[in-house]
Design a protein around this ligand. Sequence first.
Ligand SMILES: C[S@@+](CC[C@H](N)C(=O)[O-])C[C@H]1O[C@@H](n2cnc3c(N)ncnc32)[C@H](O)[C@@H]1O
Length: 203
Amino acid sequence: MPGRKLLGAAVLATLGAALWWRKNPSACPYGQRFWVEAPHPVITRGRLRSILRPEPGERILEVGPGVGYYTLDMAEWVGREGTVEIFDLQQEFLDHTTARAGERGLTNVVPTRGDATALPYEDGSMDAVALTAVLGEIPDPVAALREIARVLEPDGRLIVGELFGDPHFTTPAALKRQAAEAGLTWDERSGNWFAYFARLSSS
Ligand SMILES: C[S@@+](CC[C@H](N)C(=O)[O-])C[C@H]1O[C@@H](n2cnc3c(N)ncnc32)[C@H](O)[C@@H]1O
């Protein structure tokens, strides 16, 4: 039956593409931003707030904000006296997020462009770092985690969010391994194996 053959070919092509993406980490192109604009089940903004436990006045770094799914809320949580530094490989995502922040009247979102394996921030200068659906896109995730550990203040916390279905999904076990290599301590997890936030610390 031609219909079944076509369907089979489409399934195989999708699986092949997914496998290829897993083996070849690379940044989600701005043209495919509809993926990150969609609701993030389980790893909701409320769940992020519970595990991040942000305080007014804090300086928080978000690596790979995409279209700012979490950024605007984080900027509200730290208040006017706090700052959310957004750091991304792609200028389009930074522009998109800062434009949205401006529309919401937020003046504490600061964009910087670059690669997560070479962060342009001073040692110990961040109270917390957050990154969701980013780690698996970085060809050397341990190098990025080392950089994050460097910019975190002593006892600073790192929140890593992951969602199954993302071709670059990082399993909790892989994250634990990578974090240990980078000198980070695993503290807790919120969510389930398929969709989770992990909280790690730099101490
Ligand atoms: C799948 S999106 C996730 C966006 C957002 N965190 C979310 O959950 O909606 C991945 C983001 O990470 C950024 N990114 C990927 N590799 C990066 C790298 N090496 N350094 C900095 N940003 C990177 C991409 O440009 C993109 O903005």
